[in-house]
Design a protein around this ligand. Structure first.
Ligand code: ADP
Ligand code: AMP
Length: 222
């Protein structure tokens, strides 16, 4: 089971890179933010519980988030491996993931940090548009869709996330960056952390991620 963690601050480009990497490695993306947004949209109990944290730019409590992730990992399409986007976001989540993988005789093969400075994160989130069907991200300046308001990949409508408003963007940076630091330390300690410069073009970041995975001994499929 190949498990790759994409790490980075909100807006760093994880959701842009994850599907590109998934196509190269032939394993699915598991993005907890997308799972939470789907639960909110469907009005499930989990969605109702998560929504107030998301609207406030805070992390959803570990207990809820770990349960959501473990249920997703138990699905058959995750058996060969997954690319995790947005999980783990706390040291507790990182430890829970290690335990769950150890039970399957697996471990995180690489944790790739997409590193982007704070002012660029704000620019990226402020101009972000995502598609309704799968959350594919675009940027009105640096990564526009071919047709305004329409996803290049699945043709669904684009919208701006409720938490991409200036006040919530700031709250997310304030609330979430400290915990990200702990997760980075977790993977530095276990020796699987790789850092790529996320300020480059999307294609250059993708190439840097490939190099980082090769260094970590995680080969692409085929
Ligand atoms: P995350 O999933 O880490 O929150 P996203 O992948 O949604 O971040 O990217 C945030 C915004 O930045 C989106 O609008 C996206 O189109 C844009 N973006 C992503 N990668 C780059 C890049 N390398 N250069 C410029 N803009 C980017
Ligand atoms: P994202 O789409 O990754 O930016 O996540 C959107 C929001 O979902 C975050 O601001 C959090 O409120 C919540 N969320 C997503 N992943 C996690 C996680 N691993 N732990 C806690 N909250 C999360």
């Amino acid at each position: 089971m190949r498990v790759i963690v994409l790490l980075g601050a909100p807006g760093a480009g994880k959701g842009t890179q994850a599907p590109l990497l998934a196509a190269r490695l032939e394993i699915p993306v598991v993005a907890t933010g997308d799972l939470f947004r789907a639960a909110v949209r469907d009005g499930t109990a989990l969605g109702l519980g998560a929504r107030r944290y998301m609207d406030a730019g805070q992390l959803v409590p570990d207990e809820i988030t770990v349960k959501l992730l473990l249920e997703r990992l138990a699905r058959p399409d995750a058996a060969a491996g997954v690319i995790l986007d947005g999980f783990p976001r706390t040291a507790v989540q990182a430890a829970a993931l290690d335990r769950a993988l150890a039970e399957r005789g697996a471990r995180v093969g690489a944790a790739v940090l997409v590193d982007v400075p704070a002012e660029e994160l704000i620019r990226r989130m402020s101009g972000r548009w995502v598609c309704r069907r799968a959350g594919h991200p675009y940027h009105e300046v640096s990564n526009p869709p071919r047709v305004a308001g329409v996803c290049d990949i699945d043709g669904s409508e684009l919208y701006q996330r409720a938490d991409d408003q200036p006040a919530t963007i700031r709250a997310r940076m304030d609330q979430q960056l400290g915990a990200l630091g702990q997760v980075i330390e977790h993977y530095r300690t276990s020796g699987v952390l790789r850092t790529v410069d996320g300020r480059q073009t999307i294609d250059a970041v993708a190439a840097a991620i490939d190099c980082a995975l090769a260094e970590a001994g995680v080969a692409a499929a085929g």
